[in-house]
Design a protein around this ligand. Structure first.
Ligand code: B12
Length: 206
């Protein structure tokens, strides 16, 4: 894709973003590719925020435009089905970002997982309760704040101490999360997109 949509979102041009999504849909571009480009637009917003060109109000605005664009996309990939088992998902405590987590939840559901979404700012105890109750093969932590990496590390340690880690695979994702964070918090894999989350979760669920 041309990157035009990402630029429009980076510029917070709501009408142009919605028109762009509509045009790409009409051209038959897959929903997940459109999301990928919108995600790049959000990174541009983040860079402008870091450069003090944008402030909190612009972050909020970007989230609203993003959510509207996702609604305009409609159904992401056909009928929901559930045969790959349970997937417990949440944004780690200390962090309230949920746009990426919600997309991952939707796309996992559309690809055969029964997603138990614990929400945002989720304490370790809630993850532990979820693991005990739903016995998932895979769980996922979403995290957008570097200050919350240690919270994931601590949560994974507690899950291990509770004797729940043996047959459990742990995925992490969210803007700044990369392989070095994955190694640091001792997760099993990092996913940079919802599509990657589906591929890795399917691999870990067989
Ligand atoms: C929108 C936004 C907000 C919105 C969030 C709205 C919402 N409901 O989520 C609002 C305005 C509330 C917000 C608040 C804050 N934000 Co903010 N925010 C952003 C922004 C611009 C976009 C994030 C986003 O939605 N991206 C789009 C989604 C689709 O991408 P994604 O999350 O990466 O998700 C994809 C993948 O990563 C993956 N994925 C995501 N989660 C998971 C989980 C699993 C298990 C898997 C497998 C995969 C996966 O799949 C997703 C879909 O493809 C980012 C900039 C950036 N570069 O990310 C800053 C950013 C994350 N925010 C930042 C900051 C600082 C804050 C605040 C602290 C600001 C403040 N002063 O109050 C607060 C945080 C409060 C808190 N305690 O959490 C910083 C963090 C910097 C850092 N070093 O940690 C960033 C990076 C901006 C910046 N460059 O400075 N923010």
């Amino acid at each position: 894709m041309s990157g035009e949509l990402a630029k429009k979102l980076g510029a917070l041009d709501e009408d142009a973003v919605l028109a762009g999504v509509q045009a790409l849909k009409e051209q038959g571009v897959p929903g997940l590719d459109i999301i990928q480009e919108l995600q790049e637009g959000m990174q541009a917003v983040g860079q402008k925020y870091e450069a003090k060109e944008y402030f909190l109000s612009e972050l909020i605005m970007s989230a609203e435009i993003f959510n509207e664009a996702i609604s305009a996309l409609g159904d992401l990939s056909g009928t929901e089905q559930s045969h790959l088992g349970n997937f417990v998902l949440g944004t780690i405590y200390g962090d309230i970002h949920d746009i990426g987590k919600n997309i991952v939840s939707t796309v996992l559901k559309c690809n055969g997982f029964n997603v138990i979404d614990l929400g945002v700012d989720v304490p370790t105890e809630k993850f532990i309760e979820g693991i005990k109750e739903y016995k998932p093969k895979v769980i996922g932590f979403s995290c957008l704040l570097t200050t919350a990496f240690d919270n994931i590390k601590a949560a994974i340690e507690e899950i291990e101490n509770a004797g729940l880690r043996n047959d459990l695979r742990i995925l992490i994702g969210g803007g700044p999360v990369d392989q070095s964070v994955c190694d640091y918090v001792k997760a099993d894999a990092v996913c940079r997109s919802a599509q990657e989350a589906v591929e890795v979760a399917q691999e870990f669920s067989v």
